[in-house]
Design a protein around this ligand. Structure first.
Ligand code: BV8
Ligand code: ZN
Length: 259
């Protein structure tokens, strides 16, 4: 990642008045939370996430799917926000109109100090009844040593005894309307969108950076690899989030700490 490009991107960041930070699984990778796509640690291949993250898989084998989400919840509970998450919170603290839109279902942005990130794909900490949709309590404590993909019978709803499901958006399910509308609204009104750690392949979330570009915002991408969003990025910072984001904040405001 060229020094010049970080400096240039820092200048653009400092000049921006309305910023959207759009994140994917890559921003949590350096916290030890596997991404969907990373062949080495990714769940995509070992668990075939795209098959497991569906209502059909839950109907077919609720214990396997619930066990997988409990494994992920335990991994996130043991993880710590990394310097990338902290830098995102620092951007929010400095820019009056900064909106964080995430595809991630972990709470690492919140634990790093982000005030109200928009979760387009729900959250691991919002289970609900699969029958009556009432919110269900997050199972207390953290499951013990997370065995890979261990099965675990989902709890039953206290109201209707229906199976409790993870509060995430599965493939084939609609995104929460309010969250998607807020994200599109922020992307259409921003003057800079920073996209971090996403392959930009899952829709409609992947539309968000494209909406910003259509409304003539500057798009800055942070990712160690090429992605589908290279086509819309004005500046491509090739590198890991926990290294690039603090450098970007320092280039913009002189330090990486919150205002
Ligand atoms: C919908 C929550 C309609 C669950 C997720 C063809 C067939 C079937 C379906 C479709 C199709 N074409 C389109 C669709 C629709 C489908 C879709 O887009 N499929 C894709 C695969 C083509 N979309 C849907 O089904 C959506 N719903 O369309 O509904 C509808 C409408 C009305 C009414 C009813 C129905 C719902 C999609 C949401 C699915 N749920 N997550 C869970 O987490 O278990 S998606 C999940 O995968 C993530 O949330 C994320 O969005 C996506 C993975 O993407 P990334 O976050 O980008 O992560 P990824 O692993 O891919 O990439 C990681 C990146 O990080 C890489 O680029 C890597 O280089 C980078 N990285 C690695 N290390 C670092 C790093 N970056 C920075 N620093 C590092 N250190
Ligand atoms: Zn119920």
């Amino acid at each position: 990642m060229g020094e010049r490009s970080v400096r240039d991107a820092g200048t653009l960041l400092a000049q921006a008045r309305r910023i959207v930070v759009f994140t994917g699984a890559g921003v949590s990778a350096e916290s030890g939370v596997p991404t969907f796509r990373d062949a080495l640690t990714g769940l995509w291949r070992s668990f075939d996430a795209q098959r497991l993250a569906t209502p059909e898989a839950f109907r077919e084998d609720p214990a396997l799917v619930w066990g997988w989400y409990e494994w992920r919840r335990a991994t996130v509970a043991r993880a710590r926000p990394n310097a990338g998450h902290v830098a995102v919170a620092a951007i929010e603290a400095r820019v009056a109109h900064a909106v964080v839109v995430t595809q991630n279902v972990d709470d690492l942005h919140e634990r790093a100090g982000s005030v109200a990130p928009i979760h387009l794909h729900g959250s691991l900490s919002a289970p609900r009844c699969s029958a009556c949709a009432r919110p269900a309590p997050v199972p207390d404590g953290v499951p013990d040593e997370p065995g890979d993909g261990r099965r675990a019978a989902p709890p039953r709803c206290a109201h209707c005894a229906g199976l409790v499901r993870p509060g995430v958006v599965w493939f084939g399910e609609a995104l929460p309307t309010a969250a998607l509308e807020a994200a599109v609204q922020a992307a259409s009104a921003c003057d800079l969108l920073l996209t971090v750690g996403t392959s930009g392949l899952v829709y409609p979330a992947a539309e968000i950076p494209r909406v910003a570009a259509r409304f003539a915002a500057t798009v800055v991408q942070v990712n160690p690899e090429e992605t589908a969003l290279d086509a819309v990025a004005d500046v491509n910072l090739r590198g890991p989030a926990a290294q690039v984001l603090p450098a970007l904040v320092r280039a913009a405001w002189g330090d990486a700490g919150p205002a």
